[in-house]
Design a protein around this ligand. Structure first.
Ligand code: N1C
Length: 308
């Protein structure tokens, strides 16, 4: 019987050994599988910064490329030599993987150079607090161009973007507001694009201001008041025409003889520009009247002096 006892123990040992080997193989397989599954996938960092403004526009690359191609193919084919892919890459490199509060004008220099194109004299239209009206006007009158009618402004209007040091380098959840940091990607961009747009202007330039805002039609801290006014070139610009528009039926907080317009006049005259100001420039008022046809300001003889 000692022989039978010995063979039973051997069988037990063999079963135990096989069990351990199977367990080891399963364990190794699990480790290999797990590493294969996670390999190459960029992890979305939970450390992504949180801000108060909306995040980067979804499908940013497609939107910028689509707008760029549309601008150069459909709107201004004469600009055909622009390289939209290069333009996208230079915008991306200006902010991707960077702290969005440390944006500098150097970040955007290559983009500005790639996207810039000449703007004919007498066509530049600046605006402040009249964005929608100014754009409706340039759409209906091809004699004028706002920054959003140039390639750079057309591609980026109403879009937001910002980077983050952690992967994937773009923050789609939130971006910093101006109150959180001045040097954020969009504020630095608009300041720089506006500066370039003002420097380029020549001949007579137009400015559409809002006479119905409480804060005053001309604000020193607006982009127009702090960047564009000081970058107009007196050797290239002969005169500045202000169109001071009021909301139809809205408050007339300020007219051409108002305080902030006086301030603007003294800044411009000191810089050797001639300035004129017109309340409710009629061609633009007619556009406002499309939405208010029955208002007295919109009647055919609204501004005519009554006959004696
Ligand atoms: O600060 P603002 O106006 O005076 O800036 C307007 C002025 C225009 O003449 C444009 O040439 O500066 C240029 N500009 C834009 O083209 C532009 N498009 C979109 C400046 N800002 C622009 N934006 C966004 O609107 C941007 O986010 C900026 O902060 C606002 C400025 O609006 P505003 O106060 O009415």
């Amino acid at each position: 019987m000692p022989f039978q006892q010995g063979s039973a123990r051997t069988r037990q040992r063999t079963v135990l050994l096989v069990g351990i080997v199977v367990l080891l193989v399963v364990l190794i397989l699990a480790v290999v599988l797990a590493s294969l599954l996670t390999h190459g996938k960029p992890e979305v960092s939970p450390k992504m910064m949180k801000w108060k403004d909306r995040g980067t526009t979804k499908n940013l690359q497609e939107v910028i490329l689509g707008r760029c191609y549309n601008y150069i193919m459909a709107r201004y084919p004469e600009l055909g030599d622009k390289d939209c892919l290069k333009i996208w890459e230079s915008l991306k490199h200006a902010f991707i993987y960077k702290n969005p509060c440390n944006t500098t004008s150097e970040d955007y220099q290559p983009l500005m150079e790639l996207a810039s194109h000449p703007i004919p004299c007498n066509k530049s239209l600046f605006w402040s607090r009249t964005k929608d009206l100014a754009h409706r006007y340039t759409k209906s009158n091809e004699n004028f161009l706002t920054l959003e009618d140039t390639l750079l402004g057309y591609m980026t209007d109403m879009i937001s973007w910002c980077g983050d040091p952690s992967a994937p380098g773009i923050n789609y959840e939130s971006c910093p507001k101006r109150s959180e940091c001045e040097s954020n990607p969009t504020s630095v961009f608009w300041k720089m694009a506006s500066k370039m747009f003002a420097r380029e202007a020549c001949g007579v330039v137009q400015v559409m201001l809002n006479g119905s805002t409480e804060a005053g039609a001309f604000r020193n801290n607006s982009i127009f008041g702090s960047v564009e006014v000081f970058n107009l070139n007196p050797d290239k610009v002969s005169a500045v025409h202000i169109w001071l528009m009021h909301d139809i039926g809205g408050p007339q907080s300020e007219s051409c003889s108002g305080h902030s317009i006086m301030r603007l006049r003294s800044i411009l005259e000191e810089r050797n520009f001639t300035m004129t100001c017109e309340d409710n420039y009629r061609p633009v008022q007619l556009l406002q009247c499309v939405q208010n046809p029955d208002h007295t300001d919109c009647q055919p003889c609204a501004n005519a002096t009554a006959a004696p």
